[in-house]
Design a protein around this ligand. Structure first.
Ligand code: ADP
Length: 351
């Protein structure tokens, strides 16, 4: 009730932007919200139309928690997935870099779906897109919209798309998009989640028809739960499968980064054949566990952790990986993989 919308003074002085926040009175949070609003004001000092009726604290939340100015992931950090990288470059990165060429017949789709087992690099791809296309990256988990922002999800969605349109080119990454756009709840669906879904589809429709440089990427482990409306808007649907040869790359890359890589080619091949069915994220956990091997051994020999020198530790061996394999099991079952293949055949972008 005590919310006062931001208003411009007659002189266009942004210092007059009012940022009293409903339910909050401390100066620090007022200041932070004010700074966020000021950063979004145009050269004339005015807040863009789309943001005028939104609550400052939501804009502040988007700016501070959801917007990532430097996503810091590049294509080279992602192992394998050459097909996905190629499609995404053509569909997303070139159009974001050269909007003048990609219009008319060449105008790109504005919605991309990345589907597949968890921990296979979908979020990494989203970040890399933003990084390579020099776009602002917005990350939101759809389940947090329905759980954490109960009753406010709609407003947050509006604020999200509003801020994105002021930060173009922009990539909005919606993780677990199935929990927002699922078909399951259509019968007897909760009123607030139905409204949230409608608002989301309206926002998507809005930027799809305009000339805005905003790309929406949805990621899901449960593509079969998406309804027809969602599929229609997410025009390109890319399967992000479990890594095959890329498993070796992940091991090498992670160990090399820490200067711990001493394995032979044969040993790497053995690790690769022992990890059939592991996701990229499982591989990361495996490397973490294996790299604890030398440390555990040194401590077993009685060296105190506070006195331990890095030189006292041996390098990571195949045996460390074999031990770690007992602890770190694959997180995706083969039944689940069948479901992805089926859905990919029916709805996926295969070329
Ligand atoms: P998803 O979004 O598909 O659930 P993420 O992109 O969040 O998975 O990946 C989780 C972690 O697993 C990453 O931070 C990375 O360390 C590792 N990972 C997964 N896939 C790959 C890959 N293809 N290349 C390199 N690392 C990967």
């Amino acid at each position: 009730g005590n919310f006062i919308p931001p208003i411009k003074s007659n002189g266009g002085n942004t210092g007059n932007v009012t940022t009293r926040v409903a339910g909050k009175s401390d100066d620090a949070s007022d200041d932070s919200a004010k700074r966020c609003l000021e950063m979004l004001c145009g050269p004339d000092g005015e807040l863009p139309e789309k943001l005028r009726n939104l609550e400052p604290r939501l804009i502040e939340h988007i700016s501070n928690e959801i917007m990532d100015r430097d996503p810091n992931v590049r294509w080279d950090d992602i192992a394998g997935l050459d097909h996905a990288k190629k499609c995404v470059t053509e569909m997303v990165i070139w159009p974001l870099l050269r909007p003048d060429i990609f219009k008319g017949c060449r105008s790109p789709g504005r919605g991309l779906l990345l589907f597949g087992p968890p921990g296979t690099g979908k979020t990494m791809i989203g970040k890399a897109i933003a990084g390579e296309a020099k776009a602002t990256f917005f990350y939101i988990s759809a389940s947090s919209l329905t759980s954490k922002w109960i009753g406010e999800g709609e407003k947050l969605v509006r604020a999200l798309f509003g801020v994105a349109s002021c930060r173009q080119p922009a990539v909005i990454f919606v993780d677990e998009i199935d929990s927002l756009l699922s078909q399951r709840k259509s019968e007897g669906e909760h009123e607030s989640s139905r409204r949230l879904k409608t608002q989301f589809l309206i926002e998507m429709e809005g930027f799809d028809s305009g000339s805005e440089q905003i790309l929406l990427i949805g990621a899901t482990n449960r593509p079969q739960e998406l309804d027809e409306a969602a599929r229609r808007r997410l025009t390109k649907r890319l399967y992000i499968p479990l890594p095959s040869l890329a498993r070796a790359w992940i091991v090498r890359n992670l160990l090399e980064k820490d200067g711990l890589f001493k394995l032979s080619k044969d040993e790497i091949n053995t690790i690769c054949s022992l990890t059939e069915g592991y996701s990229g994220s499982d591989m990361k956990n495996l490397v973490k566990d294996a790299s604890m091997g030398p440390l555990r051994e040194a401590l077993k020999q009685g060296i105190e952790i506070t006195k331990l020198k890095k030189e006292d530790m041996r390098s990571v061996t195949l045996q460390d990986f074999e031990d770690a394999l007992q602890e770190v099991r694959p997180s995706v079952s083969s039944n689940e993989l069948g479901t992805y293949d089926e859905w990919n055949k029916q709805f996926g972008s295969l070329s």
